[in-house]
Structure formats: C-alpha cells, structure tokens
Design a protein around this ligand. Structure first.
Ligand code: ADP
Ligand code: MG
Length: 286
C-alpha cells in the first residue's frame, strides 16, 4: 500500500533503547534494501530468528514468510514462543536472524520505526489509551505514520498530513463499524468492541503488513465472523497479514498458510488442509 517516503529512511545511528545489546547484525547497515529481501510482492520475511531469555531459547531459529495479499497463521500450544516471535517481528530484540519488511532489512529498527515503514500490530492484551476517545486513539496511530505535526497543530500552521490522517481514521472507523463509538472513551467499551478498536487503530496507520496477536480472544461468534470477513477483505486489498490465534475455527477458516510452532520452532507449515492432515501438527497441538 503506502510506499515508505524518503523522510522515513533509516538513521543507522538511531537504534533505539532496545537495540543496545545488538551484536549479531551490527554490520547490517540497518535498513538498506536487500536484493535477496522480501521479494517483489512485498510483505514480511524473517530468517533464522533466535530470541533467548537466559538459557531458554523462546524462539529457536524461525524462518517465516508473510506475503502480501494473504493471511498467514501461527498456531501452537501455550509457551511455544508465538508472542515472542511476534515481538521480534514487530521490533523487539532479536539475538540472531534478520527481518525484512517489503524487501528492506529492518532487523535493527525499533518498533516505532517499523511502524512508520508500514508495519502495524495489535496486542494479545488490548492496549488502547483508555481515557482517549476511539477516534483519538486512531488519530494517534495515523499521525505517527503520516508524520502529522502536533507542533503545527498547536501553532495553527498548515499541516498537509492532516487531511490524510482524517481520511484514514474515518475509513478505519467505517470499515469496522465503529462510527457510533467514535467519541466514546475507549476505557468505557466492552472487550469485544475494544478488539475492533485495536484493529481499526492498526488500519488507521495505512499499513502494508498487519500483525495480529490473538485478535479473536474475547469476541463473540458474530464478532469473530466479522473479523474473519474483514481479514479476508484486507488480504484481498493486498495486505500481508500474520495471525497468531487460538480460535482454530477462525484460523482454518481464514488462513492461506498455517505454521505450527512448538518449543521455539516451526514444526509444520502448509495449507489448512495439509496441516489438518499433518501428524506432527496433530501431535503438538490439534
Ligand atoms: P506463546 O505466545 O506461544 O504462548 P511466549 O512467546 O509468550 O509463548 O513464551 C515462550 C516462552 O518464553 C515461554 O516459556 C515463556 O515463559 C518465555 N518467556 C516469554 N517472555 C519472557 C520474558 N519476558 N522473560 C522470560 N521468559 C519469557
Ligand atoms: Mg502468546
């Protein structure tokens, strides 16, 4: 969708606080395009991702492709490393391996820099600003992406990004049927609606890659159905979607490719039909 603008070019000296321990990719030059990177179709690609907590290899050498125009799911038992992998992709520390976003090496970029390049995420635990209205929650996300200037707004100066932000926010509200809640403080809404607010907030930043950590938890059947429908529509619009989810009906009903994770590794990958029939996948999870 949105191509990264010149102004989002990486500064190799700005690694952010979480990168202080980084050694593995110290010579990578951060974000220059890699000819062997994500490929012409775009999306997200991870190679050889390792993340340790003390002696535990929570993610132990994971390769994963999240192509544009498709829903890619990661399933697995509790403690398999799904959320940790997710954090590695979104901008958390990795101990080894590389992450490419639309073909560009973003391994050393912190989360907010990846967000500006088109990577949006939701959290396993809903993390909206409770005192802000729904529309203001979305606005914050969209402004981060569009580079709207709070200073310009306060000083009453013209801000060309503002129009883009408004359009993106209104489209996201409509898309997820949240217009009626636009001015309600997020903290007053039930969890099922908040899940939708989180998704809308991710969409308001006009991402090319969308990472969803258990988006269906707390949703009723009708809301889950709506989510399924929206994920298919978003993939059809060209988004690269990664879904980490426990609701197997949703996963098998929406994913193009399913990866099964156990003890930090991907132990099986394939279409939903292939995974349903896979011995190893059944053994560890299904
Ligand atoms: P999943 O999302 O698949 O349930 P997680 O990625 O949350 O799994 O956890 C993978 C493993 O890493 C678990 O053994 C968990 O206890 C451990 N772990 C996760 N986060 C931390 C952390 N911040 N510190 C120490 N261990 C962690
Ligand atoms: Mg998890």
């Amino acid at each position: 969708m949105n191509a990264p603008s010149e102004s989002t070019r990486s500064d190799p000296h700005d690694d952010g606080p979480t990168r202080a321990n980084e050694t593995v990719n110290a010579a990578s030059g951060a974000t220059r395009s890699d000819p062997h990177g994500g490929g012409p179709a775009g999306g997200l690609r991870a190679e050889g991702i390792v993340r340790r907590f003390g002696g535990l290899r929570a993610v132990d050498g994971v390769d994963l492709v999240v192509p544009a125009g498709a829903v890619t799911a990661v399933i697995g038992p509790n403690g398999a490393g799904k959320s940790t992998l997710f954090d590695c992709l979104a901008g958390g520390r990795v101990d080894a391996g590389r992450v490419y976003l639309d073909g560009r090496d973003v391994t050393r970029l912190p989360a907010h820099r990846r967000a500006r390049l088109g990577l949006a995420r939701t959290f396993q635990v809903v993390s909206v600003f409770p005192s802000l209205s729904v529309v203001d929650n979305l606005r914050v996300a969209a402004e981060n992406r569009n580079g709207s200037s709070a200073a310009a707004r306060l000083l009453g100066l013209p801000d060309p990004a503002r129009g883009r932000t408004r359009v993106a926010v209104e489209a996201a509200l409509r898309r997820l049927a949240l217009t009626e809640h636009a001015h309600t403080p997020a903290g007053e809404l039930p969890v099922g609606i908040l899940r939708m607010v989180e998704l809308a907030r991710a969409l308001a930043s006009s991402p090319s890659v969308l990472l969803l950590d258990e988006p269906a938890s707390g949703l009723d059947d009708a809301q889950t159905d709506r989510l399924r429908h929206e994920l298919r529509a978003l993939a059809a619009d060209g988004l690269a979607i990664l879904l980490v989810e426990h609701d197997m009906d949703l996963v098998f009903g929406v994913a193009d490719t399913v990866h099964v994770m156990a003890a930090g590794r991907i132990v099986a990958a394939g279409t939903p039909d292939e995974i349903r029939a896979d011995e190893r996948a059944r053994e560890v999870y299904l």
